[in-house]
Design a protein around this ligand. Structure first.
Ligand code: MTE
Ligand code: MO
Length: 377
């Protein structure tokens, strides 16, 4: 699979883990463009990269639907059967910016096996596919209390000495809202192998974990999936729950990411030589179909905030991030703390410190992003 990585990913990708492969773009390239080029899109894998022959490929749909069926890629792409949809969607891993939680404290447990993501475990692309809702309709709709959909990925991974497929589920409400697409195209190209070729799920507004790659089966079920990725991973524990007393029921299932943002330029510990104006760039994103409405940057640790001019924010899409850029006046010579935060269209904003929302799963680092730079004016 290393050949696939070399062929499909940018040579400057940071390889956080070689197997299963996890990689993110270097800081200077994360927000180089508002639409992430495929070779720079982060990769999160739990297992290997399955090689699937698209000619022989079949997606099966079974469980609590009236008429279980299988579909070839051609069936799904037939516009007489299913209207083609195209959407700009941000996929964000719930572990984005995990390094900031690790720097406070991380144990030797499972958390460390997960990738130590910085700000690059997020990417935005234009996906083409069909709405899962239409495919369910083609199967005669749901029956007998079907309320959730289990997605099966063809990759396998080990957990507690067992080999299993990657399996998660999403509720019908998400499907009914046409927020779940089965996609075969990413930024005008067939899905790269490493991103799920030939077919993946894209769940708009949910964490990346629900967007199953190498999809081969969808099962309509009554309750959320009991598969380990759904029931044991991606849980948000409260601060009183430690490594040794955690119960799965103490966790909130992480679905929609809260509003967050990050400064991608300059970066921490950088010496910034300027003429009274510091240029900052970054991204902002909010889950659940909310979008970044305003980004603010502070050069005094979060006492005073400069709003990013709206014309310096990339185009607004319901399910995508916005990249931004701002020139901030600064006459300080020496170390300063630069902070950014975002307000989404529901006026949610970010916690001010990492510590205030630290959790054992090291998930959802959504606090205001802080960097220290040496300003030379
Ligand atoms: N799908 C399969 N089959 N196997 C996986 O390991 N990882 C999930 C999701 N879909 C995963 C998967 C996680 S945790 C994330 S964040 C996204 O894929 C990342 O998508 P990307 O690798 O295309 O960026
Ligand atoms: Mo993830």
């Amino acid at each position: 699979s290393w050949e696939i990585i070399v062929k499909e990913k940018h040579p400057d990708m940071l390889h956080l883990l070689q197997f299963p492969y996890n990689g993110e773009p270097p800081k200077r390239l994360v927000t180089a463009e508002p639409m992430t080029p495929n070779p720079l899109h982060f990769v999160r894998n739990h297992g290997g990269i399955p090689i699937i022959d698209s000619q022989k490929f079949e997606l099966s749909l079974d469980g609590l639907v009236a008429n279980p069926k299988t579909f070839t890629l051609k069936d799904l792409q037939d516009e007489n059967k299913f209207p083609r949809i195209e959407k700009t969607v941000t996929i964000q891993c719930s572990g984005t910016r995990r390094v900031e939680q690790i720097s406070l404290y991380a144990g030797e447990g499972d958390e460390m096996i997960n990738a130590p993501w910085a700000e690059g475990a997020i990417g935005t692309a234009r996906y083409v596919g069909v709405s899962l809702k239409k495919v369910i309709k083609a199967c005669g709709g749901l029956v007998n209390g079907g309320k959730h959909f289990e997605f099966y990925g063809a990759d396998t991974y080990f957990k507690k000495n067992q080999v299993m497929n990657y399996v998660v589920s999403v509720p019908w409400s998400k499907v009914r809202a046409n927020e779940v697409i089965l996609a075969w195209e990413m930024n005008g190209e067939p899905l790269p192998k490493i991103h799920g070729y030939p077919l993946r799920v894209v769940v708009m507004g949910y964490i990346g974990a629900r967007s199953v790659k190498w999809l081969y089966r969808i099962k309509a079920i009554e309750n959320p999936s009991r598969a380990p990725v759904q029931s044991q991973e991606y849980l948000y524990f409260n601060q009183q729950v430690g490594k040794h007393n955690q119960r799965m029921t103490d966790g909130i299932q992480i679905q929609e990411m809260p509003v967050s943002s990050a400064i991608m330029s300059p970066w921490t510990k950088q010496v910034v030589v300027h003429n009274g104006v510091i240029k900052c760039k970054g991204w902002a994103y909010s889950g659940g179909g909310r979008w970044p409405e305003r980004v603010e940057v502070s050069t005094d640790g979060g006492q005073n905030w400069y709003p990013v001019p709206p014309e310096n924010m990339s185009k607004k899409y319901k399910y995508a991030w916005r990249t931004w850029e701002i020139d901030i006046p600064c006459d300080v010579e020496g170390w300063i703390e630069v902070v950014c935060r975002c307000w989404d269209n529901s006026l949610n904003t970010q916690p001010l410190t990492v510590r205030s929302s630290w959790n054992w799963g090291l998930h959802v680092t959504s606090s205001a992003h802080r960097i220290n730079i040496y300003s030379v004016n």
